[in-house]
Design a protein around this ligand. Structure first.
Ligand SMILES: [Zn+2]
Ligand SMILES: [Zn+2]
Length: 509
């Protein structure tokens, strides 16, 4: 006998699995719709309007102001009664190789320094099964929350990381094709590029894997300071960046940097990268993550860097949740932080620089929380960055069309496009205050016109690799063999590895 229908299910089942149907009375950020038909819709002060969508054969075939659908045979309708609709999310900066390791290898202080050391310590748990299991878990979370494209950094400081992260990434990318479009970035530190031969080998691996080249510049707690020969390299920074750009240009690779992730005014890596971008005519192909110390520059220096960033057409991706967690931490845990750590989001946007927000770390040494839910990231960014006044109009782009363009996916992701796939998220919330006040776990994710039946995996699925299950590489000959018998990994052995294993400051989150 039929009991009461779960309200979430009732809502989801209202969307047909296939065929032709009309979504009525959706509240939508008009800036995210391409190819609107008929009369222009009336927008409110946040750029929202009531729209209807026709979905046919998995695609959006018509979009227009509510009530303006032309006559003819009326298709079945789903009345959203003002519920918001967004395109599926694009998460531009994540670390799914490190995710879900914070319980087995906790960061003792919660600071950046503590994160680098405990990340190095977690390496003993890594083998292919462990990395792949955690990546898979992360992607199931992202997919269930409505993300359709995601870029991850892969920590590549030591040979074991190079081998395991790319091998696991290759497998999950194949498995997730068509559901979550995946890109990966090699993450090392700027000083790594002093090793000419090793740099070339890494760039070759990235090219072979279809990846993005990257490194950390002026990051870590000492970023920008003369003593930091790890990521700042004041003596030869421009020469090293020239090498990075040349390696990328020779192979047609996009670039993605961790930059200025600290509260040091001296950290001006963004400026150096923008100058290198112009020098190498690499405009539009460079992403800069974090850029926190931009917020501490004197006005003239800020203005100069903003105009350079605009000229270089870099995308700045801000990671506010992680920044507020690691920065201005008292190692003793007694003092309340004063500095939020987020970059000049509004000033960058006003200067014409493309700005994105993204998840960054999830449940690892750089951030103990997170579930790859871009709605949470956007909601927190709005609150931390005061993005809701005077108007939200520009900011939904930061989680959708902006990062899609940075990934080269603007034609297929990040907007509600007439003629494109019906990939969208339906919410019961009818405006931004309703949207950002609840977690919206009853949202309905529609992919190719059909609601997906995806839920976040249970944490117990990670237990095999949590450190109690015995995935310890030191006692696992299989994992060791991956490193020691692979010639391509050899150039990475040496100073970089010794330093990482000794617990020296690492690159960044
Ligand atoms: Zn990061
Ligand atoms: Zn980070």
């Amino acid at each position: 006998m039929g009991g009461p229908i779960h309200p979430r299910k009732a809502w989801a089942f209202a969307v047909p699995e296939e065929g032709r149907y009309l979504l009525l009375n959706a509240t939508v950020p008009v800036a995210l719709v391409c190819g609107l038909c008929g009369p222009a819709p009336v927008m409110d002060s946040h750029g929202l309007a009531r729209l209807d969508f026709l979905v046919e054969g998995g695609a959006i075939t018509w979009a227009g102001a509510a009530g303006s659908f032309p006559g003819g045979e009326p298709p079945p309708v789903v009345d959203l009664s003002g519920g918001m609709v967004l395109p599926t999310f694009v998460d531009l900066h994540t670390h799914i190789d490190k995710g879900h390791t914070c319980e087995r290898s906790p960061n003792p202080t919660g600071s950046l320094g503590g994160a680098d050391q405990s990340t190095a310590a977690d390496l003993r748990f890594w083998d292919l099964a462990d990395v792949e299991r955690r990546m898979e878990f992360s992607l199931r979370c992202a997919y269930a929350h409505g993300t359709s494209a995601l870029r991850t950094h892969l920590i590549n400081l030591v040979p074991k990381q190079v081998e395991l992260t790319w091998a696991a990434f290759r497998k999950v990318r194949r498995r997730w094709a068509g559901r979550v479009e995946l890109q990966a970035v090699s993450l090392v530190v700027l000083s790594f590029f002093r090793d000419e031969e090793g740099s070339r080998r890494l760039a070759d691996i990235v090219q072979r894997e279809g990846g993005v080249l990257g490194c950390a510049v002026c990051c870590s707690e000492l970023g920008g300071c003369d003593g930091d020969e790890w990521t700042t390299c004041n003596g030869d920074r421009n020469e090293l960046l020239d090498r990075v750009f040349s390696l990328a240009a020779e192979r047609g690779l996009m670039l993605d940097f961790h930059v200025d992730e600290n509260g040091n005014e001296a950290a001006r890596g963004l400026r150096s990268i923008c100058e290198a971008t112009v020098r190498h005519s690499y405009q539009g192909r460079v992403v800069c993550g974090h850029c926190c110390s931009l917020a501490l520059q004197p006005p003239a220096e800020l203005a100069r860097t903003l105009s350079l960033a605009r000229r270089a057409r870099v995308t700045v991706v801000s990671l506010p949740l992680v920044n507020e967690w690691t920065q201005d931490r008292d190692p003793e845990g007694l003092r309340t932080p004063r500095w939020r750590g987020i970059t000049c989001l509004k000033e960058l946007h006003a200067a014409g620089v493309s700005v994105a927000v993204a998840s960054d770390n999830t449940r690892d040494q750089f951030y103990s929380y997170g579930d790859l839910d871009m709605l949470e990231v956007l909601a927190q960014s709005v609150r931390l960055g005061h993005l809701d006044r005077p108007s939200m109009e520009a900011w939904p782009r930061a989680a959708t069309s902006g990062p899609a363009a940075a990934m080269g996916l603007q034609g297929s992701h990040g907007s509600l496009r007439v003629g494109g796939a019906a990939d969208m998220i339906l919410f019961r919330a009818r405006n931004y205050s309703e949207l950002f006040s609840r977690s919206q776990h009853d949202r309905v994710v529609v992919r190719g016109g059909a609601p997906i039946d995806a839920v976040c995996p249970d944490y117990s699925e990670l237990d095999a690799g949590d450190g109690r299950g015995g995935a310890d590489s030191e006692s696992n000959p299989g994992a060791g063999a991956i490193v020691s018998h692979t010639a391509s990994a050899q150039p990475f052995v040496g100073a970089v590895m010794a330093r990482a294993l000794a617990g020296a400051p690492g690159p960044s989150s």
